[in-house]
Design a protein around this ligand. Structure first.
Ligand SMILES: [Fe+2]
Ligand SMILES: [Fe+2]
Length: 482
């Protein structure tokens, strides 16, 4: 294992010996002002001057890679950090399985690889754009700090992808790096590339659901790319995964704390029926059925990110050794999949049914299945909290056919249990499953800022432990210094 030290002296902290790579260093330095402009225009609105207690990566070894300090976000040290190179690493899957991993882009796969990097890269700034208004309604300084931590790290993920583009893809790569700063989430003319990254993140429940469900799609994609035969991509993604874990922590614990506060308030008020929505809402907390509807929405939007169930692109990327499966190394098969099948959920004669498909073509479906299993683990932990309070309610992930815009089920309307509805029934029942205008208004009414040190909004419980083990009254964001 070769472990390059992180160079913190230059403009761009890095462990890729940028100092000796004049061409790429210049390209990144040229890209840097545009990035800062983008951050100032599209990053957290109203808090660019605030001092935020942030974690910065100063090394990539598992122990102590993070350093905490107060930083103004535009001065955050966005760097290029790759996980250590494993000497003699082999391509773990596909037609090149067992060959030495590539340190340079194989000519025949250049276009396919560039596309994978660009699509991943495009999601990173998109989520910063989606979340830029949330600081103003933060339920606590603790939560505000977590939001900004996620934001600066998504910014770093953009750097990670831009480094690959500029180092390995020449003029095309530089053009793509520019384009990543030009597209805007939700813009009618120049939207981000994927649907879920053009949706709004209007409130904090959405933010937590997004970091729980959509950042978890990020995790799955990064896990698949971390298997890549193109070693620089693999190393880049392996390090990004350590940051991604915090994003999902923010989502999972955020929803947990909302659920906990709701259950506590119901118990204190002697309300047992979780469906007595008016009474629950009068307590200034979010009723569980609305939490469920938000989960339905973010889960279904995120499923679309996995693409079509049957996909030639996915087959080609695997076959070529560019994008593997979730935890490829733990799977016990030939890692080539030329002759195997995989069950795919399809709409056959109006019924949702499993049908075997060639495993190579079904890789999106497989990654989505792994994703759903991963999502369920956290949902079970949410339900433990509800159970502990003795409230008869359980959050349940909707059926994968529900509310889809891409793939097999985009042509139909299914309810949360996967029953096919007529268009009229769907219209009638839509707000049984997804937030209604009234639900949205109610959530919006709760989104009042709570910026007092150590205090929390009415609808969310404090965390069990502080960030970096800080005490409850720690000032995570110094707005006054702005
Ligand atoms: Fe990311
Ligand atoms: Fe993330």
């Amino acid at each position: 294992m070769t472990m390059a030290a992180v160079d913190y002296d230059g403009l761009i902290p890095n462990n890729v010996a940028l100092g000796q790579d004049v061409r790429v260093k210049r390209a990144l330095e040229k890209w840097h002002p545009g990035y800062i402009n983008w951050w100032n225009d599209m990053g957290p609105e109203g808090f660019q001057e605030a001092l935020v207690y942030l974690r910065t990566a100063i090394g990539v070894d598992p122990k102590g890679w993070a350093k905490f300090d107060y930083v103004r976000m535009p001065e955050y040290r966005w760097g290029v950090l790759l996980a250590p190179q494993h000497e003699g690493r082999k391509i773990p899957f596909g037609m090149h399985k067992g060959e030495d991993a590539w340190q340079e882009v194989p000519g025949e796969y250049r276009a396919m690889l560039r596309r994978l990097v660009v699509i991943q890269g495009d999601t990173e700034p998109a989520s910063v754009e989606q979340q830029r208004h949330l600081g103003k309604t933060a339920p606590s300084l603790y939560d505000m700090r977590n939001l900004f931590q996620v934001n600066v790290e998504e910014g770093r993920h953009l750097w990670a992808m831009v480094y690959l583009l500029q180092k390995y893809f020449g003029a095309d790569g530089r053009e793509e790096a520019e384009a990543l700063l030009q597209r805007r989430s939700g813009d009618a003319d120049t939207p981000r590339m994927l649907g879920a990254f053009n949706e709004k993140t209007p409130d904090w429940l959405s933010f937590f659901m997004f970091t729980y469900f959509t950042d978890r799609d990020g995790k799955m994609q990064l896990e698949a790319l971390a298997q890549s035969g193109f070693d620089p991509l693999s190393r880049t993604c392996r390090f990004m995964l350590t940051e991604e874990a915090h994003h999902m922590f923010v989502g999972e614990t955020g929803v947990t704390r909302i659920i906990q506060r709701t259950c506590e308030a119901m118990k204190e008020a002697g309300i047992d029926d979780p469906h007595d929505i008016d009474k629950v809402r009068a307590l200034g907390v979010i009723d569980l059925p609305t939490v469920q509807k938000k989960a339905n929405m973010h889960f279904s939007l995120t499923l679309d990110l996995f693409g079509n169930e049957i996909s030639t692109n996915a087959a080609n990327a695997f076959h070529a050794g560019l994008k593997g499966r979730y935890r490829e190394h733990r799977l016990d098969d030939d890692h080539q999949l030329e002759d195997s099948n995989y069950p795919v959920l399809r709409l056959i004669n109006g019924q949702v049914q499993n049908e075997d498909a060639p495993a190579l073509s079904a890789l999106n479906m497989r990654l989505r299945d792994d994703y759903v299993a991963d999502c369920n683990a956290g949902v079970n932990r949410w339900n433990k909290v509800i159970e502990q309070h003795g409230i008869p309610f359980a959050i349940k992930l909707p059926h994968v056919a529900f509310h889809r815009h891409i793939g097999e089920f985009s042509r139909t309307n299914a309810d949360v249990d996967g029953n096919i509805l007529s268009p009229a029934e769907w219209t009638k029942r839509r707000t049984d499953f997804l937030p209604s205008a009234a639900d949205k208004d109610f959530i919006e009414s709760l989104m009042q800022p709570q910026f007092e040190t150590g205090k929390f909004a009415s609808w969310i419980a404090p965390p069990k432990v502080g960030i970096d083990n800080k005490p409850g009254d720690f000032e995570y964001v110094k707005i006054a210094d702005a």
